[in-house]
Design a protein around this ligand. Sequence first.
Ligand SMILES: [Zn+2]
Length: 162
Amino acid sequence: MTEPLSQAVGTAGDRRATDFMDIALDEARQAGDRGEVPVGAVLVRDGQIVARAGNETEAAGDPTAHAEILAIRRAAQAAGDARLPDCDLYVTLEPCAMCAAAISLARIRRLYFGAYDPKGGGVEHGARVFQQATCHHAPEVIGGLRETAAGDLLRGFFKERR
Ligand SMILES: [Zn+2]
């Protein structure tokens, strides 16, 4: 917990933001039920969900099949456009460096994430992709949205596996 939730989330549209994060949490739960690391993502444009996904790395045998990548890919394909500048991404865990780079390339407007990830995150930790001079688009970042729920889901999953 790096800052109080109320401060991290701000005031505008909080209600909708938590609703979308709850849907991302549903995707994460479903991923966990499939034996995937429980992370989920939802892409929203104009208040409408345009793509949703959970991790599929195990099922797809694809190390890049993170929820964020899948949601971005699906939304871009549906839109027929490699850029999604009017989209907001909700993901239950701080994105890794690969996903942060994809978020930048897709020109995502705003990133909401749930739990902070000191071990694998690339936004507030590690590579801090959006803070690099080589990053040409940085989204607005709001971390810690439904942080406890997202963290509990991950902790429960890894506890069970040990
Ligand atoms: Zn990732």
